[in-house]
Unconditional design. Structure first.
Length: 136
């Protein structure tokens, strides 16, 4: 019953007064919840994308970053509960891995998008050029 040692039965003591949470505490708790949501959404999205063979190339890294974000949220929640600096450091390291992988995926996505736009423009111009050369 040592977890209840800090409780005092007398309500007149100064240590038993209610202190409302600060803005930082509320923002920190909201951040943890948002991180869990982003992690779960990434895992679900990665699983759906991985249903095809070519989609697995993108889906598996998305699942991994979702897991990293969830682990990071768990470490920040552990830091909030225990004030353990190692949990905070682990949370930042896991969050850094999330951002590193998502940055790589964003760059790959942008390059593939630009490449596909160029290919479509070339195909459309070739199609229009061949239509212009045909005579009826």
């Amino acid at each position: 019953m040592e977890q209840f040692d800090g409780l005092q039965s007398d309500n007149n003591s100064e240590s038993s007064t209610f202190k409302p949470p600060t803005f930082f505490q509320l923002a920190f708790e909201k951040m943890i919840g948002d991180m869990r949501f982003v992690g779960m959404f990434s895992i679900i999205y990665g699983a759906l994308v991985s249903l095809s063979i070519f989609g697995a190339i993108i889906g598996i890294p998305v699942i991994i970053i979702g897991l990293k974000m969830r682990e990071s949220a768990d470490q920040f929640a552990l830091f909030k509960a225990t004030n353990d600096s190692n949990a905070m450091r682990n949370g930042f390291e896991l969050q850094g891995k999330f951002f590193r992988i998502i940055k790589i995926l964003i760059i790959i996505g942008l390059v593939l998008t630009i490449f596909s736009i160029v290919i479509m423009a070339l195909l459309i111009s070739a199609g229009i050029g061949s239509l212009m050369q045909q005579s009826y």
